[in-house]
Design a protein around this ligand. Structure first.
Ligand code: ADP
Ligand code: MG
Length: 448
């Protein structure tokens, strides 16, 4: 068993980011436990973290070495005080403490209300956001904005931040993402810097903008910390704004008390823009970037990319990059050719590289993200979608699909396919994403 573990570790090392591997896998000591693996970890927090974040990968790696089912259990080494800090070199500690200290994120200058194009799908969310920004901490707390990928949630929540800063210069605005909040809480717990974290999110914060709260799903420690942060801010009549990929009542893996708090204030959604709004978004972007966008090109792009503004903008960027590099005028014919090239490639043959590339583009990730061992939702769902598309539209076997994603096993692929099927049945956003990507790959049912 000890051999199995050391070989599994070799595999894991290749599949993980080095810092993650050093922090969470290297410190584990295996103990012989007959046919099963007993992993000794320094404390309860460590065990929970590894279980929540790396268990699936560990199982895979152990399966790949032992080729049979091996039970995996954790043993907490009690009596060793605060091993988490002792294990680290001073440099490690400094880096991690800086994460806690730096926290929060900057606002993107162009994400203002002025650059936000209104349409029937976002008008409600827009007026709610303006109202909150003008009078933060008033009667609508929290403001909860939900909507699918690439529809302008981040733009909107940051616009609130910009307007608050302009109209209430004395108020302290903190913007962060769910992912960053989870990481900060983790570092703070590990390096005992909760005081710093709390000072930032409670002591030094009048308006908390937390983007993509769905990242906290299943992350109990982060939810616990956020729950108290929320109560503190709420009781002090300070404003909380949240964005999410779904409405609060359908959020799974959230504590009931948090879910109910999400519904205390104002809930509003952003729907995909209609055709006319899509055209106006393109024209306004062209105007901002000072180039001439012929109406027929805008119409063509708006028809082709109906359900995500991010994708729409991405398509326009591809077209304008092409015309700039080739020094050719921007015409409907050129736009068609640039957008449809991907389909011509496909007729050559759809392969894993192409599918991964298109999926990555759609979600604004890199192909490397898709192949990486990262397990957070923003990467794992796109990865599962890519696997699903390869199964549906190529002759690749499950092991071959797994191999295309950084050497994953066929059981992982199978689990991914099940998961994405479940999501497709319950989350309209996922279903839409799959349809959109199939369309850009030229394999949607309408094309056949
Ligand atoms: P989300 O956070 O919902 O995934 P983003 O806020 O990141 O989406 O929006 C994706 C891109 O689309 C951004 O560049 C954003 O500026 C742009 N965008 C979305 N909606 C609009 C809109 N109504 N007007 C102008 N730009 C928009
Ligand atoms: Mg966003």
């Amino acid at each position: 068993m000890l051999k199995t573990w050391s070989r599994a570790l070799e595999i894991l090392k290749n599949r993980m980011e080095p810092e993650q591997f050093e922090t969470w896998l290297s410190p584990i000591r295996p103990a012989d436990n007959g046919e099963n693996l007993l992993l000794e970890v320094p404390d309860e927090f460590f065990a929970r973290w590894v279980r929540d974040n790396y268990m699936e990968m560990i199982r895979d790696a152990v399966w790949d070495t032992a080729r049979r089912h091996v039970g995996i259990d954790f043993k907490i080494l009690e009596g060793r005080s605060s091993t988490a800090t002792e294990r680290e070199t001073p440099e490690d500690r400094q880096i991690a403490q800086q994460t806690v200290l730096a926290g929060g994120q900057q606002l993107i200058p162009r994400f203002t209300f002025g650059h936000f194009v209104l349409g029937p799908g976002n008008e409600m969310a827009h007026s709610a956001s303006m109202m909150i920004a003008r009078k933060p901490g008033g009667s609508y707390n929290p403001l909860f904005i939900h909507g699918g990928v690439g529809l302008g949630k981040t733009h909107m929540i940051q616009a609130i931040g910009h307007l608050v800063k302009a109209e209430h210069p004395g108020l302290k605005v903190v913007y962060t993402t769910g992912e960053s909040f989870v990481n900060e809480v983790m570092s703070a717990l590990k390096f005992k810097r909760l005081d710093t974290l709390r000072y930032r999110y409670r002591g030094q914060c009048d308006v908390l903008l937390l983007d993509d709260i769905h990242y906290l799903a299943g992350k109990e420690f982060a939810q616990e910390e956020f729950f108290h942060t929320f109560n503190d801010l709420y009781n002090g009549q300070r404003q909380v704004v949240l964005t999410c990929d779904q409405d609060p009542s359908s959020l799974a893996q959230f504590s009931e008390r948090l879910r109910s708090r999400f519904q205390w204030g104002l809930i509003t959604d952003i729907l995909p823009p209609d055709r006319e709004t899509r055209i106006r978004i393109l024209l306004s972007k062209a105007d901002r970037d000072s180039f001439e966008l012929p109406l027929d090109v805008a119409e063509f792009l708006a028809e082709r990319f109906p359900s995500s503004v991010r994708e729409l903008e991405g398509a326009m960027n591809r077209v304008t990059a092409h015309t700039m590099i080739r020094k050719v005028p921007l015409t409907l014919d050129i736009a068609r050719r640039v957008i449809e090239r991907i389909i011509t490639d496909r007729r050559g043959r759809l392969n894993a590289d192409l599918v991964i590339k298109v999926v990555a583009d759609y979600f604004q990730l890199t192909p490397m993200d898709i192949r990486s061992p990262k397990r957070h939702r923003a990467v794992s769902v796109p990865r599962q979608i890519a696997m699903r598309l390869l199964r549906d539209h190529t002759d690749l076997s499950l092991p071959a699909i797994g191999a295309a994603f950084g050497g994953r096993s066929h059981t992982t692929v199978l689990a991914a396919l099940h998961h994405i099927q479940a999501l497709e049945d319950t989350e309209p956003a996922t279903m839409r994403a799959i349809k959109d990507i199939e369309r850009s790959l030229g394999v949607s049912p309408e094309n056949n």
